[in-house]
Design a protein around this ligand. Structure first.
Ligand SMILES: [Mg+2]
Length: 377
């Protein structure tokens, strides 16, 4: 019998003010919502706290889930992790994932519970998560992601200011109809041949294929999620007609979808997000399947708060991650965060702890919590 068991679960819905609103083709957010899942674990000699993060975007503009709907799921389904057995960790996580998928839990709720269990296991064993995944600590390159603005001048100012810091290895801009060729052209003109990519967040359809072919002249690293989420065949048709690599994000929210995308040849690159696929173990599976197929991947974010971001950084250690991550400096998006140290970027590389561990600041959690639920058993 394991000496390690969960004796309580605390849920916190926090809202952290953002430095500026983040706008993509389908909506805008000005405040970052996150749901923190704290597990109280009784080990043989102490009681420790482990944290997970469920991080759907407010207003359901990236997916159907909202912070409120995910909160309800977590409240309804906390019993699924209550008796978690830490003895055969990976097997137990596998079983739990299957159980949560069968129960219809969203990827966000699953990621929240699952990442908390990884943190718990990592703390019980005193081994970093990336080592449990079989990876070694290496340098992590960070890429800049920039939203949609009303004016080109604002876009150029923001990109210029961020590039002046010398802190990013590539630039990603969000695009949509009427906000694509011109901003790409102006960025190329203003900043030369910087590694540049675009993300459409599903803004186009098959009717736009001729238009999207115009993107090829700008030598982009990739175009992320150009077509609708469910149109894997459309992406395959588009990929045949353009030489810019397509990277899928929203489309591949399960292992089955990933396998279909591989089969159809819908893309040449995959963005892996813990929140979209539902946790660390499934992210690792995504990575391994893609590696086997010769498809390079990289690690995206919602963006998440510090907790979720730190777990994303662990995944960046996997050897088929071939492009900079979307994880940026904590201060890039948020006026504050709840972990210490904050994630920072220096000379294009993530500056964080060697073992990617962090402390959670409980005063800050209290400050930013709008809703809380404590479950003891
Ligand atoms: Mg994306």
């Amino acid at each position: 019998m394991s000496g390690n068991r969960i004796i309580g679960i605390n849920l916190y819905h926090v809202k952290i003010p953002m430095k500026e609103p983040f706008r993509i083709s389908s909506g805008e957010v000005a405040v970052k919502d996150g749901i923190l899942i704290e597990l109280k674990i009784k080990t043989e000699d102490e009681i420790l706290s482990a944290f997970g993060e469920a991080s759907p975007m407010a207003g359901s503009f990236y997916s159907n889930e909202t912070p409120e709907s995910v909160w309800d799921e977590l409240i309804t389904h906390w019993t699924s992790i209550k008796d978690f057995n830490f003895d055969d960790f990976l097997d137990e996580i596998e079983k739990l994932n299957e159980k949560m998928i069968n129960a219809g839990l969203s990827s966000y709720a699953r990621a929240g519970f699952e990442t908390a269990l990884w943190d718990a296991y990592s703390k019980i064993k005193n081994i970093p998560i990336f080592e449990i995944l079989g990876a070694e600590r290496t340098e992590i390159e960070s890429g800049l992601a920039v939203g949609i603005y009303d004016k080109i001048d604002d876009l150029i100012r923001v990109v210029g200011n961020e590039l002046d810091t010398g802190n990013y290895k590539r630039v990603k801009i969000k695009v949509q109809k009427e906000w694509d060729i011109t901003p790409i052209k102006v960025i190329r003109k203003s900043f030369g041949d910087i590694p540049l990519m675009v993300d459409a967040n599903c803004a186009y359809t098959r009717d736009d294929i001729e238009h999207l072919r115009k993107f090829d002249e700008f030598e982009l690293l990739m175009i992320e999620q150009p077509l609708k989420k469910d149109d894997l065949e459309g992406h395959a048709i588009l990929q045949e007609k353009i030489h810019t690599p397509i990277c899928l994000d929203e489309s591949v929210d399960s292992i089955d979808k990933l396998k279909l995308a591989v089969k159809f040849k819908s893309c040449k690159i995959i963005n892996i997000k813990i929140q979209r696929v539902g946790g660390i173990l499934i992210s690792k599976k995504f990575h391994d399947i893609c590696k086997g197929e010769g498809i390079p991947v990289w690690i995206g974010t919602m963006p998440e708060l510090g907790i979720g971001s730190a777990y994303a950084l662990n995944l960046c250690m996997l050897d088929n991650c071939k492009f900079p991550t979307d994880v940026e400096s904590s201060k890039r998006w948020y006026l504050d965060d709840i972990i210490t140290p904050l994630i920072d970027v220096k000379n294009g590389v993530i500056n964080f702890t060697d073992d990617l561990s962090f402390e959670v600041n409980f005063d800050k959690i209290e400050k930013y919590t709008i809703k809380q639920k404590k479950i003891n058993f």
